[in-house]
Design a protein around this ligand. Structure first.
Ligand SMILES: Cc1cc2nc3c(=O)[nH]c(=O)nc-3n(C[C@H](O)[C@H](O)[C@H](O)COP(=O)(O)O)c2cc1C
Length: 191
C-alpha cells in the first residue's frame, strides 16, 4: 500500500481547525501512505454557472489533485447540524462534468469529522455522505469515525497514541485503502 496517495481535504478554513488536526493524525496512523493536503477551501470561489468556464485556478488545481490521488479523505466540521457551506460549495464545483467527467465519480472516499459538541459531527457526516452518494463517489461505509468534544481529545495537537479513537481512525484509513485496491482490480481485472 506504500504507493498510494491520499488527498486530505479539510472542511474548515480555521488555522487552528480540529478537523485539520484530525487529518494530520490520520497521516500519522498511515505512514506508508503519501498524504497530499488540501486545506484552503477559501481559495475556491462561490459556485456560479456563469463562471464555470474556464474553471477558476483553485478549482482546476483541486480537480487535478483529486484525479492524481488514489483516494480522498474528507474531515468535516459540523455547522448547524450539517456540513459547512465552504465544503458543499467545493463539492458543487467538483460535481460538474468538465473535461474527463466529474472527478469524484467512483472515486474512493472516506469521511471523518470532529466537533466541539457531543455528537462529534455525525450529522455533518451524514449530510456529506448524502452529497457524495449523489456524486457517485465510492465511500467507506464502516467504521464511522466521530470525535465529540474534540477540543479536549485533540488538546495535545494530535490524537493520543493507542487511544480508541486512533484505532477507529486506523480502521477507516484501512477501509479506504481496501476500496482503492478493489477499484484498481475492477478497473484492470488482469493485473
Ligand atoms: C456556524 C457554526 C455552527 C456550528 N454548529 C455546530 C453543530 O451543529 N454541532 C456541533 O457539534 N458543533 C457546532 N459548531 C461548533 C464546531 O463543532 C466547532 O466550531 C469546531 O471547532 C469546528 O471545526 P474546526 O475546529 O475544524 O473548525 C458550530 C460552529 C460554527 C462556527
Amino acid at each position: 500500500m506504500s504507493d498510494l496517495t491520499i488527498l486530505a481535504l479539510s472542511g474548515s478554513l480555521r488555522k487552528e481547525s480540529l478537523n485539520t488536526r484530525l487529518l494530520k493524525s490520520a497521516a500519522e496512523v498511515a505512514p506508508d501512505l503519501t498524504f497530499d493536503e488540501f486545506l484552503d477551501l477559501a481559495a475556491i470561489p462561490p459556485f456560479n454557472e456563469d463562471t464555470e468556464h474556464p474553471a477558476p485556478p483553485a478549482v482546476a488545481d483541486l480537480r487535478r489533485r483529486i484525479r492524481a490521488a488514489d483516494g480522498v479523505l474528507i474531515a468535516t466540521p459540523e455547522y448547524n447540524g450539517s456540513l459547512p457551506g465552504v465544503l458543499k460549495n467545493a463539492l458543487d464545483w467538483l460535481s460538474r462534468p468538465i473535461d474527463d467527467g466529474p472527478v469524484l465519480d467512483r472515486k474512493p472516499v472516506a469521511v471523518i469529522g470532529a466537533s466541539q459538541g457531543p455528537l462529534g459531527s455525525i450529522r455533518a457526516q451524514l449530510s456529506l455522505r448524502q452529497v457524495l452518494h449523489k456524486m457517485n463517489a465510492n465511500t467507506v461505509g464502516q467504521p464511522e469515525f466521530v470525535l465529540p468534544h474534540a477540543q479536549q481529545a485533540l488538546a495535545a495537537g494530535e490524537l493520543p497514541i493507542g487511544s480508541p479513537a486512533v484505532e477507529i481512525l486506523t480502521a477507516v484509513v484501512e477501509g479506504l485503502v481496501t476500496l482503492i485496491e478493489v477499484s484498481r482490480v475492477v478497473a484492470s481485472p488482469g493485473r
